[in-house]
Design a protein around this ligand. Sequence first.
Ligand code: NAD
Length: 458
Amino acid sequence: MKTFDVINPATSAVLDRAPDQSVAEAKAALEKSVAAFGMWKAKTPFERSAVLRKWYELIVKDEDTLAKMMTGEMGKPITESRGEVKYAAAFVEWYAEEAKRAYGEIIPTHANNKRMFATRQPVGPVYAVTPWNFPAAMVTRKVAPALAAGCTVVLKPAEQSPLTAIRLVELWVNAGGPPDVFQVITTMDPAAVSAVFFDDARVRKLTFTGSTEVGIKLYQLAAKTMKRVSLELGGHAPFIVCEDADIPAAVQQVMLSKFRNAGQTCVCANRIYVHEKIQSPFAEAMADSVKKLRVGDPMSDQTQVGPLVDQQGLDKVASHVDDALGKGATAMVGGRKKEGLFFEPTLLTGVSAGMRILEEETFGPVAPIVGFTDEAAIIRAANNTPYGLAAYVWTRDLGRAFRIAEQLEYGIVGVNDGTPAVPHAPFGGVKFSGIGREGGPWGMEEYLDVRYISVGLP
Ligand code: NAD
């Protein structure tokens, strides 16, 4: 069997090897997925729910193994990996329950001799492609609702994080899940393997989480066979701190938003807009917190910031910082590469329009602060991006909170909340951040087609 190396970004050493599956293997997986669909769809929602429930329990029990695997393959601190396992499991638990609630509607009739219903049916076999930054949660957030709805799934995880995905599929099978209903295919050649699914009209849905650049390509490929799509893409979150904000609370939450996963999340604050009246105390309090961050071995319980995932990721972070410093920003804290794939947690001030960090996803532990005075202007600046995933606003004025939240062109707005994502709420973006929602009943609708049944009475 062909394999590829899985690299531990904390040490740059080979952690393990994963199967490098071929186009022929992808075709075989597709055939099994198509063949299993009829059987899985025919199960009652209660039967599907029972398997999902068992899968949830096994994931929870496997927390330690999964967490170490995740930290090993992509470098997030172990305490965060444990948190991610709980978050990932919570999607499975929630959709185990939701499987039983895929209700339809009775439509008021226009004719006494007709009765009309809208029912739900599973979309069909699904092809799922996921990123490395949440190796467990990005899988369950897609796969749990798809399986609950009655779809079969072939999952292609990112090259950097195949091990967690393989383990999740093993646990599915251990839970009594039919192996052909949920399969994983790992490869170093995602384009060739994915083509098998894009070219086959029997695959009815593409669900993708990853960069906007790749998302646009896959959207076009999926159009050839008219697949339904869910696209969870990149973000560039503004974090607006108004003059009346609770500064300690805002600092505490921006730290979580920005430095979690070493800044490698799609919803992390990428532009911190702080009202000039409070900019100094805010920046000083944040600098204190950034200096205290413990960078190091992600397997240690003490570590808060681990390495970047790979050299490309590190180079991008360094280039954003160099660009900002070259154009007049100041590094209040950090600003340089450390050994290996580590980058110093960094706080930049004096950041202004025209710097790359305000336009592109940085995906690293770098927080740029930009001052503002005018509310209308800052809303315009916050919206002046192709992205529209998450935005945050901090204020104690309820009127201002609604005024700003309602004008932000984003799928998710946290008002005095730096961590709004939960399994039972809708997660997703507008504009170049994607199409569709994951989580809650919205996430299940993505895997259900509406079937209208009109019954003529004698
Ligand atoms: P990526 O787009 O490089 O890769 C994502 C996946 O696409 C991987 O599995 C990769 O193998 C696959 N892929 C790449 N090229 C392909 C091709 N030509 N054909 C088929 N598959 C292909 O993204 P990444 O670096 O893994 O993840 C980081 C990105 O994901 C960031 O932009 C981040 O914002 C985004 N993201 C978004 C969300 C969200 O919910 N909106 C969540 C997590 C990450």
